[in-house]
Design a protein around this ligand. Structure first.
Ligand SMILES: *Cc1c(COP(=O)(O)O)cnc(C)c1O
Length: 410
């Protein structure tokens, strides 16, 4: 029999060992900050993965995802995987062994897509451009018409460089040669317009933890009826079982046949994150991201910093890349921000290692007060690490405020 006091001791032990993560401000390339309403949803009791309630909240989420993608595709849903799992799903189902897969390769995630194509047995052809550049309409068209691939892959929002890629010319050329188009919308969904149907994108994937401000773990994908018809006619089985879209369709739609045990709490989180987006209004949300991005750029320039992406129209609103000024150690700046303010920002990698900062302004933290907080901390971290801005202290925040007041509707 337990002695009096034993339970008390255990209880104290349990209480002190309770998980207590540090408070961070996630201004990096992802994951982004999570809304408290989303955390609350994750603490709700789970139902089974075949419970009608699960499919009901999933339908609610799917409707909002369609609007964020700008599509009427019925097959728009989140799969149980991170963004890379969504990428693998799209590549494995649509790039058959031997098929020509043309990849517009201007960054880290385009490389990953090309690598996946190779592992699926695709004949990968690449159009390499420097990290930080986008493709003009003419360049994309010439490449696709010359290669005549079965599938084209590109990254709509390249998080490794901060580059936005306009999809229209790519999709039009792909249509001319009868190719399907896969778009990586991981860092655009939920924060920038995609207009998937108008652009002509057939297949796209994203993730829960960037523009949607939800924890990582789900990958919203969308497939056009044209691509679905192609998949139905595909004879060779998709080499991966877990990511086989025909099997996933039988679980999420149709007979709701058991495929895997969906992570219910993550679906609660996604449903709630999408519901906060609806409450705000999708157009308002895009506009909020645009104005905070513009304010950030003005501030960076006032601090004498240079954006990594030269043309303003090629810049992502969600992920701002700034060149590290000469003589400054980017790691020291990032460590200072973390130690002093609990702020996470990203550094560059690959050819951009040590050369850029990657600053995410996504979802919950893309607001005027948060941008101003970040700017003052960033300026301080740069000054503490040997950078002397050409302007008076606080010039960055002032420039940002000027943008905010100019954007206020008259
Ligand atoms: C983050 C990211 C991915 C990978 O997503 P994970 O959730 O980390 O697997 C793919 N593409 C782009 C553009 C990304 O930013």
């Amino acid at each position: 029999m337990a002695r009096i006091g034993e339970n008390t001791v255990n209880w104290i032990y349990m209480a002190s060992s309770q998980l207590n993560p540090p408070q961070r401000f996630l201004f990096g390339p992802g994951p982004s900050q999570v809304d408290p309403r989303v955390y609350a949803a994750m603490a709700k009791p789970i139902v089974g993965h075949l419970d009608p309630y699960f499919f009901q909240i999933n339908m609610e989420a799917r409707e909002v995802l369609k609007r964020l993608y700008g599509t009427a595709n019925d097959f728009t849903l989140a799969i149980s995987a991170t963004g890379s799992g969504g990428m693998e799903t799209c590549v494995a189902n649509f790039v058959e062994p031997g098929a020509k897969f043309a990849v517009l390769a201007n960054g880290f995630f385009a490389d990953r897509m090309a690598e996946m194509g190779k592992r699926q047995g695709g004949a990968v052809v690449r159009f390499d451009k420097a990290w930080g550049e986008s493709y003009s309409d003419a360049e994309a068209r010439e490449f696709i018409l010359r290669e005549k691939p079965q599938v084209v892959g590109f990254v709509h929002a390249e998080t490794s460089t901060g580059v936005f890629q306009s999809p229209k010319a790519i999709c039009a050329a792909a249509r001319e040669v009868g190719a399907l188009v896969i778009a990586d919308c991981v860092t655009s969904l939920g924060a920038m317009p995609i207009e998937l149907d108008a652009a002509g994108i057939d297949i796209a994937y994203s993730c829960s933890q960037k523009g949607l401000s939800c924890p990582p773990g789900l990958s919203p994908i969308t497939v056009s009826p044209r691509a679905m018809a192609w998949l139905k006619a595909r004879v060779s089985p998709t080499p991966t079982w877990y990511f086989d879209l025909k099997l996933l369709a039988e679980y999420f739609d149709g007979a709701h046949r058991y495929h895997h045990t969906a992570p219910i709490s993550m679906f609660y989180a996604l449903r709630e994150a999408l519901s906060t987006i609806e409450d705000e209004g999708i157009e308002q949300r895009f506009e909020r991201h645009r104005s905070n991005h513009l304010a950030f750029v003005a501030a960076a320039e006032a601090l004498g910093l240079e954006m990594n992406v030269a043309a303003p129209a090629d810049r992502l609103w969600t992920l701002n890349t700034v060149k590290v000024p000469a003589g400054v150690d980017d790691l020291k700046v990032r460590q200072y921000l973390m130690a002093k303010h609990g702020i996470e920002i990203g550094g560059g990698f690959g050819p951009l290692a040590g050369k850029i900062f990657r600053i995410g302004l996504m979802g919950v933290l893309s607001t005027e007060p948060d941008v101003l907080f970040l700017l003052s901390a960033f300026e301080e971290a740069l000054r503490e690490n040997g950078y002397v801005p050409p302007s008076a202290p606080g010039a960055g925040a002032l420039a940002a405020q000027r943008v905010y007041s100019s954007l206020v509707p008259a």
